[in-house]
Design a binder for this molecule. Sequence first.
Ligand SMILES: [Zn+2]
Ligand SMILES: [Zn+2]
Length: 443
Amino acid sequence: MKQVYFWMTLLTLGVPAFGQTLDHVVDGELSGLVVAYKELHAHPELSRHEDQTSARLAEALRQAGYKVTEHVGKYPDGSQADGVVAILENGPGPRLLIRTDLDALPVVEETGLSYSSRVKSTNASGQEVGVMHACGHDVHVTTMIGTARALAATRAQWHGTLMLIGQPAEETVEGAKAMLADGLYERFGKPDMAIALHDTNTHAAGTVGIVSGPTLAGVTSIDVTLRGQGGHGSAPQLGKDPVVMAGEFIVQLQTIVSRQEDPRDPAVVTIGDIHGGAKRNVIPNEVKMELTTRAFSDRAMSVIIEGVRRTAQGVALAAGVAEDRQPIVTILENESAPATYNDPALAARVKAALAKALGAKNVFDDAPIMASEDFGLFGLEGHKIPAVIFWLGAMDPQKFAAAQAEGKLLPGLHTSKFEPLPEPTLRTGVIAMSSVATALLQR
Ligand SMILES: [Zn+2]
Ligand SMILES: [Zn+2]
C-alpha cells in the first residue's frame, strides 16, 4: 500500500533569487531547508522503493529552474529505478556531475527526535522492518536541493553545465549501475568530473574531511553453501556433518587476511549470516553462509575470492564429501562494487575550494575506510572521469567535543541513534558543495 506524504515546504520554497552572494542565498534558504530535511527524515524509503523521495527531489529541482528527468535507471530484472537527472546549462565550460543518494535502511529509529521516522515497511524477504535514514541520505538530498538553488542564484559566478543526480539503491550498491545501464551518459552527456558528499559522525557540523586516492573499499558479496550428508545426530559416522565443516571454514577463513593477504594492502572477510539445521538431533544436509569482503585493490580482492573458494573446497575434501556434493561458492555481482578512488588532482582542487569556503582549520585530511559506496562507478572503468567524494561533519559540535574528550564517538552511520544536527550540517553542506562546484565550473 502506498502512503501519501505531505511535503509542504519543498513545494513552497519558490524560485531562487538571482544575483546574490552564496552566504546571502544560504541564509535565506536555511530555515526552509531544515523543515524540508525533517520531512524527508520522517518519511524514509528503502532501497529500490524511493518513489516519493525521488518525486519530491525532482519537484524541488524543477522549481529551482533545472530540466529534470525522472525514473532514470534499469535494474537487471528489467524493473525501472527511481533515478533523477537534473540539468542546468550555463554557457560554455566543464560539465560537472553532483550526486546524492536517496534510500534509507531497515533500522528502527531510536533517536527520540520529534521528527523521528515511524515508518514500517516490508523488506525483500517479506519481513516487516522499521525504516530510518540511518545513513543520512536525507542530509544529502536536502543539501542537493540547497546547492541546486544556490548555484542557480549565483550563476553569474560559474560557467558550464550542472548535472545533478538523485541516485536510488546506494545501500544495495545497485543504483549507480542501474542508472549507467539505462544510458545515463548517452542520454544526458558525459561529465568531465563527478563530486559527492557523505555525512559522518567522525566530524562535527561545520567541518569536512577529504581523502586523496583510495577512499572507500571495494565490496564483493559471496554466498557459500557447504554441503554434507544429513543423518541422525547419534550416528555422525554415517553422514558428513556440514555444521562441523562450517566451524572449520569460519576459523580457517580468517587466515586469508592474516596469512595469505599482503598486510600492507588491507582487506576484511566477514560472515554476517549463517544458517543450517532445524533440530538438535538431526545432522543437516547443508549450511548456508552470507559473506561480505572488502579490499582496496583488485589484487587483494582476488586473493580473498580465491581464498574463499579454496578454503571451502579444502574443508569439504578433508571431510570426505562426495564429488557431487562439493561446496557452492557464488559471487553476487549485483551486490558488489569496486573501490572508491578520489582522483588526487581533483581532490586537491576540491580541498582548496573547501578550505577557502570554510576555513582551512575546518577541513581535515581523512584516512580511507573499509565501508563501500557505488559512487565510484560514475567515474567509469579505470577512473576515466575524475571523481571525489568528501565527508560532511554532521554531529552537534558540543556533544562531539564531549564524546571526544572521553575518547569516544557519537553513534555512527547505520545505527538507530545516528543523529545529524540539521541546521549547521545543512548550512555547511550547501556552502561546501556550492563552493566546490563554483571552483570547478570555470572556463
Ligand atoms: Zn549506508
Ligand atoms: Zn550512505
